[in-house]
Each structure stands twice: as structure tokens, then as C-alpha cells.
Design a protein around this ligand. Sequence first.
Ligand SMILES: Nc1nc2c(c(=O)[nH]1)N[C@H]1C(S)=C(S)[C@@H](COP(=O)(O)OP(=O)(O)OC[C@H]3O[C@@H](n4cnc5c(N)ncnc54)[C@H](O)[C@@H]3O)O[C@H]1N2
Ligand code: MOO
Length: 395
Amino acid sequence: MPVAEALTQILASAPAAPETETVYLEQAVARVLAESPTSPVAVPPADNSSMDGYAVRSQDCQNPATTLPISQRIPAGSAPLPLEPGTAARIFTGAEMPAGADAVVIQENATEADGHVAFSGPINAGSNVRPKGQDIALGAEVIYKGRRLQPADIGLLASTGIDSVRVYRPIKVAIISTGDELVEPGSSLGAGKIYNSNRFVLTTLLAKLGCEVVNIGRVQDDLAATTDALERAAEQADCILSTGGVSVGEEDYVKAAVEALGALQLWRMRIKPGKPLAFGHVKQIPFFGLPGNPASSLITFTLFVRPFLLKMQGAHIEPPLRLSVAAGFERSSAGSREEYMRARYENGVVHIHQNQSSGMLSSASWANGLVVVYPHQTVALGDLVEFIPFSELLN
Ligand SMILES: Nc1nc2c(c(=O)[nH]1)N[C@H]1C(S)=C(S)[C@@H](COP(=O)(O)OP(=O)(O)OC[C@H]3O[C@@H](n4cnc5c(N)ncnc54)[C@H](O)[C@@H]3O)O[C@H]1N2
Ligand code: MOO
């Protein structure tokens, strides 16, 4: 199945968002808003000066050589008196404008002496004034429900005086590592064994998405053990991920185990790497069978699992940004699968890693994104190709 079609089908079966909880802003980063908060104040709450200088009524300064007496001094944080007509107020950046004043003359264009100030240059109404409500109007929606809160969003909420928000509770995601060859880091490698790296990639990706990880552990290549692990995962988690065992070999038990406990909805995508990706349900709990090859599981996670988990958490999802960049590589033979190549964009050109083996993680560690090459597409040096920065996929 083509990638876009598979993604549409997978996203369509995401369950409804979980329950909600209230958290303080300090804990709200990367959480998904379950409400659309409105602002209890205007931001800024009053007109204020954007510069250090003198607040005036612009109509008092129409004369090119105006000199005005200084009637008050307004530091930031103080409450100003209304500005007496025919006078100026000494004012500082961020200080509230006195009623009646409509402009600020920056101090570089003013000369102060004996309690009076003289101005050079024209003075226009509104200059150097930040109007009340310029950032957020009173009662306006501050941020939309479904937003995954970013640092600026949290600051925006704080600027309205809001100190806590309603967000969706974190979802639990179970990880099952299949394979008789796997050994956990920290123990010694026996003959025929390799270290389990996929679990660490997935745990890290899940932490970034704000999910709680339930580590089911390593499962032998055996139908009963795989079925048992899936059952345990379904009891404890909102979504299940497994790695390995989804290909066509007789030692690949994942698909049969899923079918025994639920249903397999999709299997095999027109994608490289990651062709054997499986999606289905285990006792109503959504399930992804990621391919065992480390690059395949990383890439299929970012393209399919990540948006699914974000949707499950109530997030409004946007497709990852795809940049059009000049290829620093050539590809003369076209493939039949959509390829996501580990690539590095630097100085306006994107290079692909020479070794795109799906068994290699070093190329993913070197890369700062993925180049997408479509079926039947060839690439000549300098052609524009699609590039998805990892900042779009690994956050
Ligand atoms: N005859 C065919 N063989 C294979 C096909 C095919 O179509 N016909 N597809 C290949 C493709 S493409 C992929 S991708 C792999 C996926 O296979 P599985 O998902 O069944 O994964 P395994 O066979 O269990 O493992 C593949 C590879 O990855 C290593 N691995 C597994 N788990 C981990 C882990 N947690 N950490 C690190 N490395 C892991 C495993 O040792 C294998 O080397 O199948 C191809 N075969
Ligand atoms: O499709 Mo597999 O993921 O290349 O190695």
C-alpha cells in the first residue's frame, strides 16, 4: 500500500482523546491543550511606550521647534497621571502611557534642560506606542484546543495571567522487542547475539512525545511467547509497539499472534525502508508491528506511529514540513517504493548517506533529515528534491 493511503487509514482508526487533567504552566510543555483558553485581560493591558523618551500629545508638537515643560516622570510599573495639555512626560520602555498622550519621542531626538524638553524632527500620533490589546484582545482565544504546547505558547498563556491549563493525560505505550538474538546493553554478548538498540530509540522517541513507556521486554521467536506478550501489553497500555518478527520468515510470529488476539488491518507498505510494517488491533488496543531493522523501525515510527500517537493524545496534527532543496547526489535507477533516505542538508545542498542499509543506525545518527524519492523518480545533481528535517520528525 502506498505511504499516503496507509497513513490516512491508520489515522482514521485512532481512538478518541484520553481524559484530561489540569497542570501548571511549568509542567505544560509538549502537553496537548484540551480546551481553548480565552484571555481574562488585554495584552498589553494598557497603551505603553516601546522606547525611552518623552510622552506627548502629538498636536502639541506640530511646531518644528517645540519646547514643553516636563510635568511627570513615568518609570515602568508606575501608574501615570493624565498628561496635562501643553506638557511632556519623561517615560521609559514598558511604562504605561499617560491618558491624553498619543506619541513618544525617543530621547535621541530630544534635548532636556531646566525641566523642559525640546524636540527635533516630526512627531506622529501613535509613534513608539504599543496599543492596549495589540498582542491579545480581552476575551480572545489565546491558543486553540489540540495545540501541543511550545515554549512561546506557554509564555503567551502566562502573559494573560493564566497559570494552569487543562491538557490530555499522557497515554501509555507498550514496547515489545522480539528476537532470540537480542541482549540488553550492560550484559555480555554471546555467540549469535546483538544488543537491543530499537527499544532505546523508541523509548526516547516516546518520551519526546510525552508518552509513558511500558517495557514488556524481550520476547523469544515463538508463537505462544509472542501471544502472551501481546496480551500483557494490551492489559497495560493504550497502544502497543513491537519490533521485529513481521517479515515473511517462518521465525516471524508477530502477525499470527496479532490475528489470534485481534486483527491485522494493514501489512506491507510501498516504502523503503520499512516495507513489512504492520498495523492492527490486539483486543481493541491499536498495534504497530515495526520492522526489526533499526533504520526501518525509526523511520516507520516517525512517519506512521508519531502522527498516530499525537492524534490519540488529542493533538491537531500537521504534516511534517517538506523543504525543496538541491540534490548533492545522483540516482539514475528508479525504484518501485517510496524511499526515505538518511540525508544531511548543509550549505544549501542535501547529501544522502552512502550506505542506506536498514541495519545501520550510524547513518541515522549522521543525518539531519530524510530525502524522499518517489517511485519511478530519478535524481540528477542539482535537481530539487523533498527533504524532511529531523526537527519535524523527532520532536
Ligand atoms: N525473504 C524476505 N526476507 C526479508 C524481507 C522480505 O520481503 N523477504 N523483508 C526484509 C525487510 S525489508 C525487512 S525491514 C526485514 C524486517 O524483518 P522483521 O521485521 O521480521 O525483523 P527481524 O527479522 O526480526 O529483524 C530484522 C533485523 O533487525 C534486527 N533487530 C531486530 N530487533 C532488533 C532490536 N530490538 N535492536 C536491534 N536490532 C534488531 C535483527 O537482528 C535483524 O538483523 O526483513 C527482511 N527480510
Ligand atoms: O524495507 Mo526493509 O525496512 O528495507 O530493510
